[in-house]
Design a protein around this ligand. Structure first.
Ligand code: ATP
Ligand code: MG
Length: 149
């Protein structure tokens, strides 16, 4: 599915829609250049899970876990992860919350096969978001997202 977003607010809203249809254990891989909108999207997703604290880029800490009223958000930024060994050493748990990985393409071979990819491309002031499911669970999530978006 391809969606055009004309504002950061709209990108946040799309994240919110996804956050309202995902369950624990879902793995969301966010792909796109610096400033493409990955964190903005994650803010909306966290909002839908009932996360109250601000969701900001976890670039330097790599991962942050947020408790939400409707589920936990594990927000990861793989930008500074330079090897799969480094990734393994982080020992992140992608089973209990919604697991969102910015720059997830860098560690894709270490992520569960069944994941939903959101690719962000800049088009002037707008962003083009392309959603792709890889597996049955993410396929169901994508179908629910399409119905709700
Ligand atoms: N349509 C849009 N969708 C998302 N962000 C937009 C849009 N238009 C403008 N912006 C701006 O682009 C920036 C996106 O920043 P954001 O931190 O979400 O990117 P990112 O992909 O997480 O970058 P990084 O790789 O550095 O983590 C924000 O300043 C936001 O206001
Ligand atoms: Mg970011």
């Amino acid at each position: 599915m391809i969606v055009r977003s004309d504002s950061a607010e709209r990108t946040r809203e799309l994240g919110h829609v996804l956050g309202s249809v995902v369950g624990p254990g879902a793995v969301i891989v966010l792909v796109g250049e610096l400033g493409a909108g990955k964190t903005t999207f994650t803010q909306g997703l966290g909002g839908a899970l009932g996360v109250r604290e601000p969701v900001t880029s976890p670039t330097f800490v790599v991962a942050r876990e947020h408790r939400g009223e409707r589920g936990d958000l594990v927000h990861v930024d793989a930008y500074r992860v330079h090897s799969l060994q480094e990734w393994d050493d982080l020992d992140l748990d992608h089973e209990h919350g919604v697991f969102v990985v910015e720059w997830g393409d860098r560690v894709i071979s270490a992520l569960p096969e069944d994941h939903l990819t959101v690719a962000f491309a800049e088009a002037g002031d707008a962003r083009i978001l392309e959603f792709t499911a890889h597996g049955p669970t993410s396929g169901e999530v994508l179908a629910a997202f399409e119905a709700a978006a």
